[in-house]
Design a protein around this ligand. Structure first.
Ligand SMILES: [Zn+2]
Length: 109
């Protein structure tokens, strides 16, 4: 249930804010040893977004929005992972998230 919700937002983000390369989403069903909640990596051919702690839907969604902003702003900030371009990407990702929430409430009537 958590997974389908998160995947729905992921699909929405990819259509609202297309990335410049293919992207893969990996969802861990149970917590990983890695202390981080998520990660975004560039393989040279595609982005991989990983979510590590899926116990709580709201937290997982927050992590997805954050990691998606990393993919959107990949390589744009010189040496600061959460620099100005990242923060702008996070702002637009969050705006898409609120749009997605509106489509959900419209579907529910
Ligand atoms: Zn980050």
């Amino acid at each position: 249930m958590i997974t389908s919700h998160v995947r729905s937002l992921y699909d929405y983000l990819r259509s609202a804010l297309p990335l410049d390369a293919p992207t893969m989403l990996r969802i861990a069903a149970s917590p990983q040893k890695d202390q981080r909640q998520g990660a975004c990596n560039w393989t040279g051919q595609r982005y991989t977004i990983q979510l590590h702690n899926m116990q709580d839907t709201q937290a997982a969604i927050g992590v997805l929005v954050h990691e998606y902003a990393h993919a959107l702003s990949w390589g744009m900030d010189a040496d600061e992972p959460h620099g100005e371009m990242f923060r702008e990407a996070l702002r637009v990702s969050f705006a898409s998230y609120t749009d997605w929430l509106k489509t959900l409430s419209e579907q529910e009537g």
